[in-house]
Design a protein around this ligand. Structure first.
Ligand SMILES: *Cc1c(COP(=O)(O)O)cnc(C)c1O
Length: 382
């Protein structure tokens, strides 16, 4: 058994990144300024997107996006239940109704076929989730959204650096990224919205910072002109330069991180092939680049939640950390009691929600660490 604890995720922070943050701290300007602007430009260029708006979390980005799109009471928003709770919370807080599309049982992502039956005359937005670093099959989803006349907003919290048919996620349409510490690129807490529509981008920049009017001059100088006026009530979701300096260093290393993650994932696939009880997710067969944000397995034979909990506890006893991404939102107390979705309505979501488990995966892990995880799994399942 290993002597030290292997967490399921650990950010990879370099001395150069620590020095870049220290430089910001010494500079006299620590909130939103030149680092944030440079981070937006570099992330936008990396993804070949039309515009970028940095925010202090993906959740904040989702909030101002729903606001900018005018989502409110009477509206329906389609999203998976197998997602992080923030999206569904914000749909609910906006007064709108979440409508859950089931996922593909082996990729955990919605498809045009699972979204289509959720469409209604009240559907105002579709929020599919790129899962675990894989890319959604976007072409059929775009076609469906266009036919229905409903915009698509990609939850790309797991997809920094992921590609679909040769293009980075976020290169087209609208996508929201997260830089929370477990994500492939972190700046402590942070997020980025990529979008094409210029008017939408302007509105998001306003809503991010009190609803103050911004012009090109403001964006090119530190801070904002003191005479800027409120054009509409906004929020306080700007990203600090302290965080942005870290994000810039991470972005420069993102491709290296992904290579390391991919090698570790390959090692997992090789070693886990020996174990019948565990099913890793399927890697989609359309052209894409997987960013390997998470390595998820499902306990095929274990008796649902109890079996999974025993499995995770057994690994913890052997100094191996694990995570759950995610427990289905419609199975959580508030949504169980308010939405009252009949058990069995989202079969693939529910099957996975009771069985999935994320194994350790982060750039600084070694093959020996992977072997420790696999050996511990064999002991626990024996
Ligand atoms: C992490 C995550 C979010 C929220 O990101 P924050 O930056 O923590 O707000 C949203 N959606 C998914 C799928 C996530 O994994």
């Amino acid at each position: 058994m290993r002597s030290d604890f292997l967490p399921f995720s650990r950010p990879a922070i370099s001395e150069a990144e620590i020095a870049a943050v220290a430089e910001v701290l010494r500079s006299g300007w620590i909130t939103t300024g030149p680092q944030c602007r440079a981070f937006e430009q570099e992330f936008q260029a990396y993804c070949r997107a039309a515009g970028a708006v940095a925010v202090n979390s993906a959740t904040a980005g989702m909030h101002i996006m729903l606001k900018a799109l005018g989502i409110g009471p009477g509206d329906e928003v389609i999203t998976p239940s197998l997602t992080w709770v923030s999206t569904v919370n914000l749909i609910t807080l906006a007064g709108a109704t979440p409508v859950f599309a089931d996922v593909d049982r082996d990729t955990l992502m919605v498809t045009a076929a699972t979204v289509e039956p959720c469409l209604s005359p009240r559907t105002r937005l579709i929020i599919p989730v790129h899962f675990a670093g894989a890319a959604l099959d976007l072409d059929p989803l775009h076609k469906l959204a266009e036919k229905a006349g409903v915009p698509l907003l990609e939850d790309a919290a797991h997809a920094a650096g992921s590609e679909y048919r040769g293009r980075k996620i976020g290169a087209a349409g609208s996508a929201i990224f997260s830089f929370h510490p477990i994500k492939n690129l972190t700046c402590g807490e942070g997020g980025m919205i990529l979008a094409e529509d210029r008017a939408l981008l302007e509105k998001l920049r306003r809503l991010r910072f009190h609803g103050l009017g911004v012009d090109a001059h403001d964006r090119d100088t530190q801070g904002r002109a003191p005479q800027a006026e409120v054009l509409e009530p906004g929020y306080k979701y700007n990203l600090t330069d302290i965080a942005a300096a870290l994000g810039r260093g991470q972005l420069a290393r993102l491709d290296d991180f992904i290579v390391r993650r991919r090698r570790l994932a390959e090692r997992y696939h090789e070693r886990l092939a020996e174990i019948d009880e565990l099913h890793p997710l399927k890697v989609p067969d359309y052209p894409m680049r997987h960013a390997w944000h998470l390595f998820i397995v499902r306990l095929a034979k274990a008796a649902g939640v109890a079996g999974r909990e025993a499995f995770m506890a057994g690994l913890k006893e052997r100094n191996i950390g694990t995570g759950i991404h995610f427990k289905a939102v419609h199975e959580q107390k508030f949504y169980r009691e308010t939405l009252k979705i009949k058990p069995g309505s989202l079969p693939a979501t529910e099957w996975n929600s009771a069985r999935l488990c994320s194994l350790p995966l982060f750039p600084e892990m070694t093959f020996d660490d992977v072997d420790d995880v696999v050996n511990a799994i064999k002991e626990v399942l024996a």
